[in-house]
Design a protein around this ligand. Structure first.
Ligand SMILES: Nc1nc2c(ncn2[C@@H]2O[C@H](COP(=O)(O)OP(=O)(O)O)[C@@H](O)[C@H]2O)c(=O)[nH]1
Ligand SMILES: [Mg+2]
Length: 219
């Protein structure tokens, strides 16, 4: 019985996500859903992305958090356009929440939409929003065993960003082993090694995102 209820919730969500995707395609807004544990560096990566691409493309950010508008304020302070969604205890964004966020954005004036999902390695992986790409961020202090413990998140990701590379000398994180495990789960995922603190590797993340955006627009 419980399984059935969950299936119904997910299928209702998928229908709404498909409608969001239709609207985003109609308005030509390339949309990326960024997921990770709390504190892995989603906001930091978004701020680097705004800095790196804002002169080339019109960017907006949807910030998902259980509470507060702190991250939306950071984006705004950086010169980005942001809408905050507070889930009021909910552990993920869902397609219905995105409907109202999209209502509050001038979609005709946006080319790249970044969505910062709620910090959580489980539920965000199950709820499609209508995005074009899913990005999973893992920071080194979380440990290299996470693909074994949370496989769905790594399986659905189009790109996996390994963040906090500057901390590698202080941790027992087997980065080559981690990449092999991710590839074992998901061969098509691009893997990036970055430090949002030092800026190392951010350029290759930006060029992947830029190429994906160009591919989208050439369809
Ligand atoms: N050492 C280090 N700290 C980082 C890095 N990226 C982010 N942080 C810090 O990690 C904390 C959480 O980052 P934030 O971007 O807010 O993570 P979020 O919760 O996923 O949005 C902040 O104190 C950041 O300054 C990094 O590459 N290296
Ligand atoms: Mg954040």
């Amino acid at each position: 019985m419980e399984v059935k209820v969950l299936q119904n919730i997910l299928s209702a969500n998928d229908q709404l996500a498909a409608r969001n995707r239709q609207l985003l395609n109609q308005k030509r807004v390339f949309t990326v859903n960024i997921m990770s544990s709390p504190g892995a560096g989603k906001t930091s990566l978004i701020l680097h992305t705004i800095k790196g691409l804002k002169d080339k493309v019109k960017i907006a950010v949807i910030e998902g958090d259980v509470a507060s508008s702190l991250d939306a304020e950071k984006v705004t302070a950086y010169g980005g356009r942001a809408v905050q969604i507070n889930t009021d205890g909910g552990c993920h964004l869902d397609a219905n929440m995105l409907v109202s966020a999209l209502d509050n954005l001038p979609l005709d004036d946006i080319e790249l939409l970044l969505i910062e999902n709620v910090g959580n390695l489980i539920c965000p992986a199950e709820f499609a929003l209508g995005e074009h790409k899913k990005v999973m961020l893992l920071s080194l202090p979380e440990g290299d065993d996470k693909p074994y413990k949370y496989p769905l998140m790594f399986t659905i990701a189009d790109a996996v960003v390994i963040n906090k590379l500057d901390l590698l000398p202080y941790l027992d994180f087997d980065i080559e082993g981690f990449c092999r495990t991710v590839k074992g789960l998901n061969q098509r995922a691009e893997i990036f090694r970055v430090s949002c603190k030092t800026g190392e590797g951010v350029e290759s993340w930006l060029s992947w995102l830029w190429n994906e955006l160009k591919n989208y627009n050439s369809i």
